[in-house]
Design a binder for this molecule. Sequence first.
Ligand SMILES: NC(=O)c1ccc[n+]([C@@H]2O[C@H](COP(=O)([O-])OP(=O)(O)OC[C@H]3O[C@@H](n4cnc5c(N)ncnc54)[C@H](OP(=O)(O)O)[C@@H]3O)[C@@H](O)[C@H]2O)c1
Length: 331
Amino acid sequence: MADGGKPTTMRAVQYSGYGGGADALKFVEIPVPSVKKDSVLIRVEAASLNQADWRIQNGFMRPFHPKFPFVPVTDVSGEIIEVGSAVREFKVGDKVVSKLNFWRAGGLAEYVAAPESDTVSRPAGISAADAAGLPIAGLTALQAIQSTGTKLDGSDNGADVLITAASSGVGTYAVQLAKLGNHRVTATCGTRNLDLIASLGADEVLDYTSPEGATLTSSTGKNKYDFIVNISDKNKWSAFKPRLSDRGRVVDVSPNLSNFLASVMTLFSWRKRLSLVVLTLGKKDLGFLLELMRDGKLKTVVDSRHSFEKAAEAWARSMSGHATGKVIVEM
Ligand SMILES: NC(=O)c1ccc[n+]([C@@H]2O[C@H](COP(=O)([O-])OP(=O)(O)OC[C@H]3O[C@@H](n4cnc5c(N)ncnc54)[C@H](OP(=O)(O)O)[C@@H]3O)[C@@H](O)[C@H]2O)c1
């Protein structure tokens, strides 16, 4: 233990090569990160997993990323125990949420250093687990909904919106945000999650494992959508196109090859179009989501909570592709 109660070393989970899934995660004792002048040191209370975390392990960004050994996970919430000399917004003891830099990550550890510019105060009353769920999934959902022109400032008139994979981490936030935008929401999910997605506000829920769900056919006869927010990597442009209204648009956060090609082919189309969404939102938007959560307008659907010791179990759960909402690790 160093002076001031800050430990010199900490436990972290890391992997040292591509592949291997949960079995390749190892606990290590490594130095507590040092704080740069514009960053804060956070004692991590909770972290949430995203598909990107294990896709990177699988070599999605090979050979550029990551640099081994690598401590994964970008979404954390905890308490500040040290601030850099140039930090103005935070002080020791503040509860915060951070979206860590994708390239450096470091969230699956007892402590992490985060730039002030990627860190937001966590309002009282929001748990570390609920807050940790937000960064990547919540911001992706927000960006997808905003890219339909939804302002979320009370002025939205509402449109007919279809959201696929509504039970995913991104989807559970997207359904709630779409309803805050006054949209009439149809959502797809598996049989076991039909009631949950309806409880989040979806007006109609289609079971993607049923023939109607697979063809996105509504039982109400309403089969044209102004916007389709595609979160599943299975649904294709050929299935979406007949479901779009004349000027309808797909906003796609999980494009497969067919949809990627469609985004190129429809780039200049005035009529039916597919646009890709890549997360670019940041601190201000994360603050907005936390305000919605503080005001009881947005919640994190938690799939499962795992102790730090069971981080590998959490990793495997996320890799299963069958989480409902967010997979949380609590330190
Ligand atoms: N563009 C970006 O910047 C960005 C950022 C973040 C995430 N993403 C992408 O967004 C997607 C969702 O990520 P996530 O972390 O939220 O996923 P996740 O939580 O791991 O998603 C799992 C959920 O998706 C459901 N699901 C799978 N296939 C489905 C289908 N064909 N129809 C309906 N539901 C289906 C599963 O339901 P069942 O268990 O019932 O099968 C499960 O509940 C991923 O493809 C991810 O790569 C993109």
